[in-house]
Design a protein around this ligand. Structure first.
Ligand SMILES: Cc1cc2nc3c(=O)[nH]c(=O)nc-3n(C[C@H](O)[C@H](O)[C@H](O)COP(=O)(O)OP(=O)(O)OC[C@H]3O[C@@H](n4cnc5c(N)ncnc54)[C@H](O)[C@@H]3O)c2cc1C
Length: 485
């Protein structure tokens, strides 16, 4: 039997970060991982999608190179190379994680863990899936005589999440895939219908539209990316429509049928219709990945959806058992999983640490990009804040003009009396990088004055936050002043 101070079940961005931090604190640490190091994020989520979106961005730029005075002939997309590049980026990063675990003295056990008690597991060998596999192997039930027993003083459960299967007629037809299955497509689909307009669905829609697919996206809520500020969601819908994507909001898919050529998708709602597609990608919702984990042997409490309940130190209701990442259902984001991992590891190592969920930036890598932190206008009002809001358009920034990418805006939400920044919402170029200033502003309880008075380098996209703060103070420089009544 192998024994450790800490056993981490799952080697995603939650698990591997927790393991490294615990090892740095002097604990002996084991990680059980049934697939490849890096979890969904590195293998089937954040990284491969962004690698492919980068190919799309390069393709788009080259297609419009003439606008910049650069003549290019014979531009063509080579989807095999797009996929190979994605695999090579993934391999570089997952090898890097394996190397980091090794250099920190963490023991990695390749296999599927099943709990036999709160801090004991049996590990069934699985073998790594090949690079470029079209998703993790969720259903495989581990069994057999060859297993290894592992015991630890403390355990962190970091098994992540898996896509929800929608109970739609025809959801099991060939050609109907989840986000994982999209990595298995060997060519760009001619026509693709995407069910679900949140971050995952919207990113795939943006990617395939740029690569030349005829894309439809169907979202149940009023706007795409419904977790975002409504103005941002509306702006993305308009932008997608301009790019030729068919955007159907307040619409649900009730049926998918095999047609003579491809699939027929029945959409209900105000714009009820049938859509023809070669591929239907279902990108709605995720559930905790606890299948074949024998979680009941630990006694940990779960909520009504099966997510493991934890406190601000990531402790479950069972002593010595912690949970982090998607499996806790707090915010299904890689950076939240990693931060939770650090807090859990520090707590186990006897250090003081606790997590605060009030400042969580999130980014969606569509074109145009989206990022936000803090309260939306609707949330701030519902929470009883008296607020002031302002938007500053990228079109009014010199840097955006030189880039040739002027779509979108930054919207700031602040308290009316003191001007404390409550939320920042961006749609436009480099939104995912620009949001860090908003996160820092909220974390440090910065005010509109402080943002406006901080000198920002010129010409940069970063000026957008400073200019929005000035606008919220009623003193905009680079847009027309508010009309006097
Ligand atoms: C298409 C897509 C795009 C995304 N893009 C982003 C993004 O841009 N930014 C962002 O922040 N987030 C993004 N996410 C979400 C992000 O991937 C997750 O929030 C993150 O991976 C969660 O990390 P985790 O460590 O909790 O779990 P995971 O990454 O899911 O890792 C869990 C690991 O546990 C292993 N495991 C499970 N059960 C067992 C078992 N019984 N025994 C052994 N091992 C086990 C799994 O194999 C897996 O490797 C995206 C997700 C998807 C699907």
């Amino acid at each position: 039997m192998q024994e450790f101070d800490l056993l981490v079940v799952g080697g995603g961005p939650g698990g591997y970060v927790a393991a490294i931090r615990a090892a740095q604190r002097g604990l002996s640490v084991g990680v059980v991982e049934k697939e490849r190091p890096g979890g969904v994020c590195l293998n089937w989520g954040c990284i491969p999608t962004k690698a492919m979106l980068r190919s799309a961005e390069v393709y788009e730029t080259v297609l419009h190179a003439a606008d910049f005075g650069v003549q290019v002939e014979g531009v063509a997309l080579d989807y095999d190379t797009v996929r190979r590049r994605k695999d090579s980026v993934v391999k570089g990063l997952t090898d890097g994680v394996a190397g980091l675990l090794k250099s920190n003295g963490v023991t990695v056990i390749n296999g599927h863990a099943r709990f036999t008690g709160p801090t004991t597991v049996d590990v069934y060998p699985t073998g790594e899936p090949p690079l470029g596999a079209d998703g993790p192997r969720y259903a495989a039930e581990p069994s057999g005589a060859a297993f290894e027993q592992v015991r630890a003083k403390d355990v962190i459960i970091a098994t992540g999440s898996v896509p929800v299967q929608l109970p739609i007629e025809g959801a099991d037809l060939p050609g109907v895939i989840t986000s994982d299955g999209a990595f298995g497509l060997t060519e760009v689909p001619k026509r693709i219908a995407i069910v679900g307009g949140s971050a995952v669905g919207a990113e795939w829609a943006s990617l395939f539209a740029t690569l030349g697919s005829e894309v439809s996206i169907i979202e149940m809520q009023k706007t795409l990316v419904p977790a975002e500020d409504a103005e941002v969601g509306k702006a993305l819908g308009r932008s997608f429509s301009k790019r030729g994507i068919k955007v159907l909001t307040e619409a649900t898919v009730s049926k998918i049928e095999q047609a003579k050529s491809g699939l027929k998708v029945t959409v209900d709602g105000a714009k009820a219709q049938q859509i023809d597609a070669d591929v239907v990608l279902i990108g709605v919702g995720r559930k905790p990945n606890t299948a074949h984990l024998d979680l009941d042997k630990t006694g940990v409490g779960v909520d009504e959806r099966g997510f493991i309940q934890v406190d601000d130190k990531l402790r479950t209701n069972v002593e010595h058992v912690y949970a982090i990442g998607d499996v806790t259902g707090k915010a299904l984001l890689a950076h939240v999983a990693s931060h939770q991992g650090v807090v859990a590891a520090e707590t186990i190592a006897g250090q003081h640490a606790a997590i605060d969920y009030n400042v969580i930036p999130a980014a969606t890598f569509t074109h145009p990009e989206i990022a936000s932190v803090g309260l939306t206008e609707e949330q701030a009002t519902a929470a009883g804040h008296e607020i002031v809001t302002a938007k500053f358009p990228f079109a009014a920034l010199g840097r955006a003009q030189t880039y040739g990418d002027t779509e979108g805006f930054l919207k700031i939400v602040a308290g009316k009396k003191y001007g404390e920044v409550l939320g920042v919402h961006i749609i436009g170029p480099s939104a995912s990088d620009l949001i860090t200033e908003g996160a820092l502003a909220i974390a440090l309880e910065a005010t509109l004055d402080e943002l406006a008075e901080t000198i920002h380098a010129h010409p940069t996209l970063g000026e957008v936050g400073m200019e929005a703060a000035m606008a919220a103070l009623g003193l905009p420089i680079h847009v027309a002043p508010p009309r006097k009544r």
